[in-house]
Design a protein around this ligand. Structure first.
Ligand SMILES: C[S@@+](CC[C@H](N)C(=O)[O-])C[C@H]1O[C@@H](n2cnc3c(N)ncnc32)[C@H](O)[C@@H]1O
Length: 323
């Protein structure tokens, strides 16, 4: 079996995320879109949205319920995940979402153009992620945006340690790894979710600690994924072990929103260091921030320039652009 086949059968057996009432819903996409509105003045209305690698679609359904004046499409190559998504939809009557089985890497990926393409937690599992970004970028409108989330190398040390430990113990024995993860207490997931329903734990363990194929990223390697396909690439959020931060690289940015963000000024904590930081080119400033915060994940926005015309406050995005 190839890595690709193993990963697919893993998500067939353990569709992700599971449907639980105990975690208060999967609100991450809703929160992200609310942030984009508050922070940049982007309004999700009258848009077509693709969620590429939607899994069980729970995050997309929450988004569609919160912002119903749009058209949503969720695709995943796992038939079982899409079947779960169809069942989950019953709890969201009238949500404007359609789900279908589809492979991001398929030559005939169709259905565009889309104003927003989401690809959250998927690219780091692909063997040819730059090709995936290229395929997805061809489905974007000229004013569209690709929003993706990938794991970060610098903040994944503890998760990787646990993952290695399970591999040393049990090789590829999935069932044994899951049981041992429970014995070892690897059930405090690094996403800040309190999972109470025991049936929800196994897919979380599989995703976090048993995954067959994942690559960890840095700003440098993320930039290389995007550079051939889209003109601009901006780190929007850093995920840390237990929380998320908006990325702010400016030293004296005015920031009215009560949202946690990276803060180079408070970290540098000295006029001489601030001066040195202020003289750095933008990419270098972002690299300093990256090492200050050591993200476990990156939420990125990538676009072809037209997207900036869709938002009323582009300053933070333009000032934080990696590319
Ligand atoms: C970690 S889950 C993320 C699910 C969802 N995006 C979320 O954030 O909750 C990764 C998903 O990507 C899907 N996936 C991986 N490779 C894919 C591909 N080539 N085409 C479509 N889906 C894929 C898997 O089946 C799985 O459901």
């Amino acid at each position: 079996m190839t890595h690709v086949d193993m990963l697919k059968s893993q998500y067939e057996a353990f569709p992700y995320p599971t449907n639980t009432s105990s975690n208060g819903g999967y609100r991450e996409l809703v929160n992200l879109v609310k942030l984009l509105r508050l922070d940049c003045g982007y309004h999700l209305k009258g848009k077509r949205i693709l969620d590429a690698g939607t899994g069980t679609g729970l995050r997309l359904l929450e988004l569609a319920a919160a912002f119903p004046d749009n058209e949503y499409v969720g695709i995943d190559y796992s038939e079982n995940s899409i079947a779960c998504a169809e069942r989950a939809r019953e709890a969201f009557p009238g949500a404007p979402v359609s789900f279908r089985v589809g492979d991001i890497m398929a030559a005939d990926l169709q259905g565009g153009p889309f104003d927003v393409i989401l690809c959250m937690g998927v690219l780091h599992h692909l063997q040819r992620p730059a090709e995936a970004i290229d395929r997805l970028s061809r489905l974007l409108t000229t004013t569209g945006v690709l929003i993706f989330y990938v794991y970060g190398e610098y903040g994944s040390g503890e998760r990787m340690r646990r993952k290695r430990l399970l591999s040393h113990l049990h090789g590829d024995e999935l069932g044994q790894k899951i049981e041992s993860a429970k014995h070892l207490g690897f059930t405090d997931f690094p996403y800040g979710w309190a999972i109470q329903d025991p049936t929800d734990v196994d897919p979380m363990i599989v995703d976090a600690y048993v995954n067959h194929y994942e690559v960890l990223y840095t700003l440098e390697t993320i930039g290389k994924l995007v550079s051939n396909s889209l003109a601009a690439c901006v780190p929007y959020g850093f995920t840390l072990e237990r929380n998320g931060l908006l990325v702010e690289s400016r030293l004296n940015a005015r920031f009215a929103m009560p949202v946690a963000r990276t803060d180079p000024k408070s970290k540098l904590n000295s006029p001489a260091l601030e001066e040195a930081y202020a003289k750095l080119p933008k990419r270098q400033q972002l690299l300093v921030l990256e090492d200050m915060y050591a993200p476990a994940g990156y939420t990125m926005l990538a676009h072809n320039g037209g997207f900036l015309g869709e938002i009323s406050r582009p300053e933070r995005l333009t000032s934080n652009a990696w590319q």
